[in-house]
Write a protein that binds this ligand. Structure first.
Ligand code: SF4
Length: 195
């Protein structure tokens, strides 16, 4: 998806990677949980599409869960960097840094500019419109001027919900600012189960 302003700073391209096994209650992207919910593509073809497609070269990767296919994500990021296409990289992951595998660690420590990490926890849902964290437990990291990835303070980044109209689809993206009926039902079910 091109020209989004709700998936990181500035005007960005966002790529959603299909497949997530983390199962957060209230997930906004539940339809992307199955591995086959997206369009299968070779990494080099995906890189070529981004490079030749005229998309903004500030890239956000979201899910599904990008780091459950970290080797492919690393290959993609390196291919984009090799062609001098990638200006900045923002990653939304449901994993915490201590859960990252070797490839995810390389992306986190050496390549990404921003990372929002950790499960979405519905009862901790963030209502802070200044933060990119969907729930307050999530950790926001930003690369500082010395090139070191550091925890960021909520409020430095901005979040918005955005509705994009395409010839074939209406797309709601970013962090939901509204409760959905599904979330209400899930929360009611959780509360009842804990009584
Ligand atoms: S990690 Fe993200 S995509 Fe996966 S279930 Fe949690 S909120 Fe949904």
């Amino acid at each position: 998806m091109a020209n989004t302003t709700a998936n990181g700073p500035g005007v960005r391209t966002v790529v959603h990677l299909a497949g997530c096994t983390l199962g957060c209650a209230g997930c906004f992207n539940k339809w992307m949980w199955p591995e086959n919910s997206g369009q299968e593509m070779l990494v080099q073809d995906a890189a070529e599409l981004l490079i030749s497609g005229g998309f903004p070269n500030d890239l956000s990767l979201s899910g599904g869960e990008p780091f459950q296919q970290s080797p492919a994500v690393l290959e993609l990021v390196l291919a984009l960097k090799a062609k001098n296409w990638l200006k900045s990289l923002f990653i939304y992951t449901g994993l915490y840094p201590h859960e990252f595998d070797a490839d995810a660690k390389v992306i986190f420590e050496d390549l990404a500019d921003f990372v929002v990490a950790g499960r979405y926890i519905q009862r901790k849902r963030s209502t802070d419109r200044r933060s990119y964290a969907a729930s307050t437990n999530q950790e926001i990291y930003k690369r500082d001027v010395d090139g070191v990835m550091r925890r960021d303070v909520a409020g430095e980044l901005r979040a918005r919900t955005e509705i994009l109209v395409t010839p074939s689809r209406l797309i709601v993206t970013g962090l939901s600012e509204y409760r959905t009926l599904e979330q209400d039902m899930e929360e009611t079910h959780e509360s009842s189960a804990s009584l």
